[in-house]
Write a protein that binds this ligand. Structure first.
Ligand SMILES: Cc1ncc(COP(=O)(O)O)c(C=O)c1O
Length: 403
């Protein structure tokens, strides 16, 4: 059976995974080495130095490309390092349009670091097609967005945004962290690059920080990059440029972390199914609770993006947010009294996590902008784990009773 015909559940076990040619080891070995012997200068077995390439990393990259239905994948030492590699394709004076609701660290990288390097940004509601078209200028190069967004779970229309990007010769990048490749594949909807914080669902065990970019390779027009040396021949495809940057900038993960992610991926399909089942149960419970003002979960018909989400995603994932009645004091009391949910940043692990975006993950967004987006002091973000849903609901119930 060709890899393309295989279902996702089979791909997470087999795609890109071959027994080790040297020993027959069924599990990919951890090639814990920084360098590789050469028989003569420049003559080697395909590996020279582990920043450039490492066999454990190669297997992970091959598998990721198959899971997202791309041709190539590149892994980085964090989701933000992967994001930064994309930014490094551009030069001072280039303009980027980004969704108006982003993970706080992505916003900080764009607003506090990339603008310092001369990139320009507009953060807009990408569901407003007129506004998007209005913001595209002669120096616009990229549209970057999450869907569903972190933390407000807004849904953006990937196919529409990607086609507008193509119309204007722009790249489109989707941060697919919340859905994982199990529930959504933006490349099949026309996006150029998919980015994941693999720290979250793909690894799934809250023990690794890593990111990746996955793409369908294609020729891109020169120069549109930071290459200043007229004698420097910029790589001509999107993949080779990003691969060049992965090595040249050097934010690459070690082989042990790559192996941990390979191990985590094996259960991605079963984990995602359970995350989504638990999230739906929790969302219904919260929706009916007298101390809860509003629940935002794309799987609820009350979510304004529910129909679009049903079309472009194969499930609704494990993330939701909700507003407690009252303000910061009530939210704090609730969070302090949880016993099973861990109050912590991050998401997508097997254990249920909960957090306060205004004080924790999105604190780097200015207060005024946070309020505009809807990140108020009574907003709570939930990452439903894979525990028993009744136990999760009982924990939420007893903590809500303390408000
Ligand atoms: C949606 C999203 N994108 C990107 C990132 C950044 O990834 P990392 O923390 O792996 O650098 C995060 C981290 O929380 C995230 O939630």
């Amino acid at each position: 059976m060709s890899a393309d015909a295989q279902s996702f559940e089979t791909k997470v076990i087999h795609a890109g995974i071959e027994p080790d040619p040297l020993s027959g080891a069924v599990m990919t070995p951890i090639y814990q080495t920084s360098t590789y012997a050469q028989s003569s200068p420049g003559e080697h077995k395909g590996y020279e130095y582990s920043r450039t390439d490492n066999p454990t990393r190669t297997v992970l990259q091959t598998q990721l490309a198959e899971l997202e239905q791309g041709t190539h994948a590149l892994v980085f030492s964090s989701g933000l390092a992967a994001t930064d590699a994309v930014l490094n394709l551009f030069q001072s004076g280039d303009h980027i349009i980004a969704g108006d609701d982003l993970y706080g660290g992505t916003y900080r990288l764009f607003e506090k670091v990339a603008t310092y390097r001369g990139l320009e940004f507009d953060f807009i509601d990408l569901n407003n097609e007129g506004l998007l078209r209005e913001k595209i200028k002669s120096n616009t190069k990229l549209i970057w967005f999450e869907t569903p967004t972190n933390p407000m779970l807004n849904i953006f229309d990937i196919a529409k945004i990607a086609s507008i990007a193509k119309e204007h010769g722009l790249l489109s990048v989707v941060d697919n962290t919340f859905m994982s490749p199990f529930f959504q594949n933006p490349l099949t909807l026309g996006a150029d690059i998919v980015m994941h914080s693999m720290t979250k669902y793909i690894n799934g065990h809250s023990d690794v920080v890593m990111g990746c970019l996955i793409l369908k390779d294609r020729e891109i027009k020169a120069p549109r990059t930071t290459w200043r040396d007229p004698n420097f021949a910029a790589p001509r495809t999107l993949y080779s440029r990003l691969k060049f940057l992965q090595n040249a900038v050097g934010a690459t993960p070690g082989p042990f972390d790559c192996w941990l992610v390979l191990r985590g991926i094996k259960t991605l399909a079963v984990r995602m199914e359970r995350h989504a089942q638990n999230a739906l149960r929790v969302a219904h419970f919260l929706q009916d609770h007298p101390t809860v003002e509003r629940v935002i979960y794309p799987g609820l018909p009350s979510h304004p993006g529910h129909d679009l989400a049903s079309r472009q995603m194969r499930g609704f994932g494990g993330m939701m947010t909700f507003f407690t009645k009252g303000g910061l004091d009530q939210a704090r009391t609730f969070l302090e009294n949880l016993k099973l949910f861990t109050l912590a940043e991050s998401l997508g692990g097997v254990e249920s996590l909960i957090e306060h975006p205004a004080i924790m993950t999105h604190a780097s967004i200015p207060a005024e902008l946070r309020r505009e987006i809807g990140i108020h002091d009574n907003l709570i973000r939930v990452s439903a784990g894979i525990e028993n849903a009744d136990d999760l609901i009982a924990d939420l119930d007893q903590a809500l009773a303390k408000i």
